[in-house]
Design a protein around this ligand. Structure first.
Ligand code: ZN
Length: 160
C-alpha cells in the first residue's frame, strides 16, 4: 500500500466572505480534499454545470457576490494552482467558454478575473485554479460599485 503524503490545505479560511462559505470550507478542511478537483467538486458545489470543455467546467458561483446578476465560474479540470500550468489551448478555451455564456445571457458588460498562486497574496479561498465572470447592472441603474478582494496593498509600494 502506498503511503499517503500529508496534504497541504486547499482552502484559505481567512478569505471566506460569508458564514455559509466559511461553513462549507471548514467541512472541506476537515475532509482534507481539494474541493475543485473533479472527483470532489460536485459533492460541495450545488449550482448547475453550464458546460464542460476539454480543460474547464463552467458553472455559477455557489455563493455569488452581493449585487451580481451573473457570477459565472470556470474551474480547471486538472489540479493546478499557478498560471504557468495553463496551456495556450486551455487559456483560449476559458475565453471561448465565457464568451459563449455571456452571449447566451446577453451580458452587456462584465469583469473576468482569476487569482493564482499563494492565496495569502490574492484574497483567494480555494487554491485550485478557477476564474470568475461577474456582472451587476449599469451605472444608470445603480451608483454602488461591486467590489472584490484582489490582494493586499504593499506598504512599501510608492504612491504616485
Ligand atoms: Zn484540485
Amino acid at each position: 500500500m502506498r503511503k499517503r503524503k500529508k496534504v497541504k490545505s486547499h482552502v484559505n479560511l481567512h478569505h471566506a466572505r460569508t458564514d455559509y462559505a466559511r461553513g462549507v470550507m471548514q467541512q472541506i478542511e476537515k475532509d482534507g480534499v481539494c474541493p475543485f478537483c473533479m472527483e470532489h467538486f460536485l459533492k460541495y458545489h450545488t449550482k448547475p454545470i453550464l458546460s464542460k470543455g476539454a480543460y474547464w467546467v463552467f458553472t455559477e458561483n455557489f455563493d455569488p457576490y452581493p449585487g451580481s446578476k451573473h457570477h459565472l465560474f470556470a474551474v480547471y479540470k486538472t489540479h493546478a494552482v499557478t498560471l504557468t500550468e495553463i496551456s495556450g489551448k486551455a487559456a483560449a478555451e476559458l475565453f471561448d467558454g465565457f464568451n459563449r455564456l455571456a452571449k447566451k445571457r446577453k451580458i452587456k458588460g462584465a469583469t473576468i478575473f482569476m487569482r493564482y498562486g499563494d492565496t495569502d497574496y490574492t484574497g483567494g479561498t480555494i487554491k485550485h485554479l478557477h476564474a470568475h465572470l461577474v456582472s451587476g447592472t449599469s451605472r444608470q441603474k445603480s451608483k454602488e460599485p461591486l467590489f472584490t478582494w484582489i490582494g493586499y496593498k504593499s506598504p512599501s509600494a510608492k504612491k504616485k
